[in-house]
Design a protein around this ligand. Structure first.
Ligand code: NAD
Length: 476
């Protein structure tokens, strides 16, 4: 078991209260570490360090030099990829190969933003012949980053890397279920030579450290990834401080498959789209909307593949690891019970795999004949549980896909180009994919519409979150 402190001003420090909390391995339910329980006083210390760094060395670091530091950090992460992946797996349960992919994404994200650091530039504006008018893109200041447990370091980086590239400083509040990778990462921040106070990590609970971070008057922008319910609280608190909040929230994402689609491709995509990370992905395919002519074929072929998936502790690198925590396990089971009690048919799974007597394991579960207005079709389950709904017309498919609060991602499988374009435009989602699931990378923006969020991360759109425009007018 390991003991961990807060990272403030490039130093390890106890929480002011000396309180701690445990983090557990969800595969064994054993405590693996004890972590400092940061509260408002600790958040204040971290923000003061970030504010001082903002006014100090960091503000005098050129954009090219910031890029160089971020490239160095990416190289150090690459050197330590195995250890970071193991930390992630132990702390939140995902299979080792998926954790390694996550850290690969962290490296790419730092390199993308490192390269972009000296390309953040304003524009000149033709306001009149006798004046010069132009914009400066200035860093917004101290930024707060509140992170969920499902992609701990990966999601942290999605907002942190552009914030640093833009010249901001940061205070990170990792999820209480999976704080360890962010803490190991801090050592690499220091090793890379990033000045003290630029990156700070305050571990703790959301309603304590998280809320204090959002409300701190010296924090000028909040990047929040998590549930809709918490996002609403964060936005309300940010509004009181008149500060922007980027919200990356949940999803209930439709995979729509028409009769003319390449069924084998759709089925192949569905396996990972629905069951990677035990379905604990905001952009998981959690609703199959299937044309009635191919419904049986799709589900039959999918079942064959899903039955072959291995389940086990993430460290053994199975296909499916445990759910992150006892609380989330109970939540997933609650939805499975609701599905069983509904008019839907349980087609596959539906419980805990028999071979485990500990660990938060859940079988991959598929319900079909699901009523689109039922709870399991409307609410985010965030586990390896998928619902299947059938349709007979384009209009019905579009209506089912859009008729709920979420709007994160969606995909359509069809060989008909006109139909593909109609759905690309008509689906209410931040990303729409045609004949594939998960097209994108660090270069492509992500984010939701409706309850799925406000704002975009990744790509150049992600960088713009961390600069503010200043307009300069000169009359010579
Ligand atoms: P959560 O909302 O419970 O917690 C997220 C973070 O917010 C945690 O760090 C938590 O401590 C903190 N928090 C809790 N209460 C707070 C408060 N009052 N003020 C400030 N911070 C507070 O979410 P979770 O269960 O950790 O994550 C799962 C959710 O995240 C799912 O809904 C999933 O879809 C979503 N998610 C979205 C994306 C995306 O890109 N859209 C990516 C990953 C996860």
């Amino acid at each position: 078991m390991t003991q961990h402190r807060l990272f403030i001003n490039n130093e390890w420090t106890e929480a002011a209260s000396s309180e701690v909390f445990s983090t557990i391995d969800p595969a064994t339910e054993q405590e693996i570490g004890v972590v400092a329980r940061g509260r408002a006083a600790d958040v204040d210390r971290a923000v003061q360090a970030a504010k001082a760094a903002m006014a100090g060395d960091w503000s005098r670091t050129s954009a090219a030099q910031r890029g160089k530091l971020l490239f160095k950090l990416a190289d150090l992460i690459e050197k330590n990829i195995d250890e970071l992946a193991r930390t992630e797996t132990l702390d939140m349960g995902k299979p080792l190969s998926q954790a390694r992919d996550d850290i690969g994404g962290v490296i790419s994200c730092f390199r993308y933003n490192a390269g972009a650091a000296d390309k953040i530039q304003g524009e000149s504006i033709p306001v009149g012949a006798d004046v010069i008018d132009f914009t400066l893109l200035e860093p917004v200041g101290v930024t707060g980053h509140i992170v969920p447990w499902n992609f701990p370091l990966n999601v942290t980086t999605r907002s942190l890397a552009p914030a640093l590239a833009a010249g901001c400083t940061a205070v990170i509040k990792p999820a209480e279920q999976s704080p360890l990778s962010a803490l190991r990462f801090c050592e690499l921040v220091r090793e890379a030579g990033i000045p003290a106070g630029v990156v700070n990590v305050v571990t703790g609970y959301g309603n304590e450290a998280g809320d204090a971070l959002v409300r701190h008057p010296d924090v000028k922008s909040i990047s929040f990834t998590g549930s809709v319910a918490t996002g609403r609280k964060v936005l309300t608190a940010a509004a009181e401080g008149i500060k922007p909040a980027i919200l990356e929230l949940g999803g209930k994402n439709p995979m729509i498959v028409f009769g003319d689609a390449d069924i084998e491709r759709a089925v192949g995509d569905a396996v990972s789209a629905s069951f990677d990370n035990s379905g604990q992905i905001c952009s998981s395919a959690s609703r199959y909307i299937l044309h009635s002519s191919i419904q049986e074929e799709f589900l039959g072929r999918l079942e064959e593949k899903v039955k072959r998936l291995t389940i086990g502790p993430g460290m053994e690198n199975p296909d499916i690891g445990p759910i992150v925590s006892a609380k989330q396990y109970a939540n997933v089971m609650k939805y499975i019970d609701a599905g069983k009690a509904s008019s839907a048919r349980l087609r596959l799974g539906g419980g805990r795999p028999q071979k485990f007597n500990r660990g938060y394991f859940v079988e991959p579960t598929i319900f079909d004949r699901v009523d689109p207005s039922s709870i399991i079709a409307q609410e985010e389950i965030f586990g390896p549980v998928v619902v299947s709904i059938s349709f007979d017309s384009e209009e019905a498919a579009m209506h089912i896909a859009n008729n709920l609060g979420y709007g994160l991602v969606a995909a359509v499988y069809t060989r008909d180009v006109s139909r593909a374009i109609k759905f690309a435009k008509g689906l209410e989602a931040g990303s729409v994919w045609i004949n594939s699931w998960w097209i994108g990378g660090v270069q492509a923006p992500v984010g939701g519409v409706k309850d799925s969020g406000i704002g975009r991360e990744r790509g150049m759109a992600g960088l713009r979150n961390y600069v503010q425009i200043k307009n300069i007018g000169i009359r010579p």
